[in-house]
Design a protein around this ligand. Structure first.
Ligand code: FE
Ligand code: FE
Ligand code: FE
Length: 203
């Protein structure tokens, strides 16, 4: 099959590549794997800030603790990604992840659109956080599979450890929602509906 080679000289000067860390030797699948690692390295770092904000915005102690625990886990996940970069002979580097930026933005909107100290805010924060976890689960799931395909078993092991933590966090958030938050948020809604019944007649 004929291939286009016009762009393959990018990053080269006088026949020498501009990279000295082996980047030029990556095949397309390795490059994709590397790019996805960069995506998550950026995403996890953004999450460190976002989880802190979500933690402070929480109403219940249970949710606050869950965010706090995941924040500490996320710090370790960043270090784990750095190990994976070193396994593939690359330096740790982030690449803007539009999806995570969008999910975090949505989380911020939820905080600004719900009342402080309410269970409704907790119910909404849990859903925002679960959307984030699901994005991470999809990415780490794919990264584990790719690492195995590429024969990088130690990298796969490390990534799988993080994948399990994201799954556990997702499950924990479901438990918190189902054990008390959603029910209490619904009761809160009923109370505010009753007060709305008497104050608004234009519906
Ligand atoms: Fe994470
Ligand atoms: Fe991404
Ligand atoms: Fe996570």
């Amino acid at each position: 099959m004929a291939t286009k080679t016009a762009s393959s000289t990018a990053g080269q000067t006088n026949g020498k590549t501009a990279y000295s860390n082996g980047q030029n030797k990556e095949n397309p699948l390795e490059k994709f794997f590397h790019d996805q690692l960069k995506d998550m390295y950026y995403a996890e770092q953004q999450l460190l800030k976002a989880l802190n904000e979500m933690k402070s915005a929480s109403t219940t102690e249970e949710l606050e603790d869950a965010f706090d625990e995941h924040l500490k886990q996320t710090e370790r996940q960043v270090k784990r990604l750095e190990k994976v970069f070193s396994i593939i002979g690359q330096k740790p580097e982030g690449k803007k992840c539009e999806a995570m930026d969008g999910l975090i933005k949505e989380g911020k909107t939820i905080i600004s659109e719900t009342k402080e100290g309410t269970m409704t805010r907790d119910a909404a924060l849990i859903i925002a956080a679960q959307k984030i976890e699901h994005y991470e689960i999809a990415t780490y799931g794919g990264l584990v599979a790719l690492a195995l395909t590429l024969g990088k078993h130690r990298a796969a092991e490390l990534l799988d450890k993080t994948l399990q933590e994201e799954h556990d966090t997702d499950d924990k958030l479901t438990d918190i929602a189902e054990s008390c938050v959603n029910f209490e948020a619904e009761e809160e809604d009923e109370k505010s509906e009753h007060s709305m019944d008497t104050s608004s007649s234009n519906f």
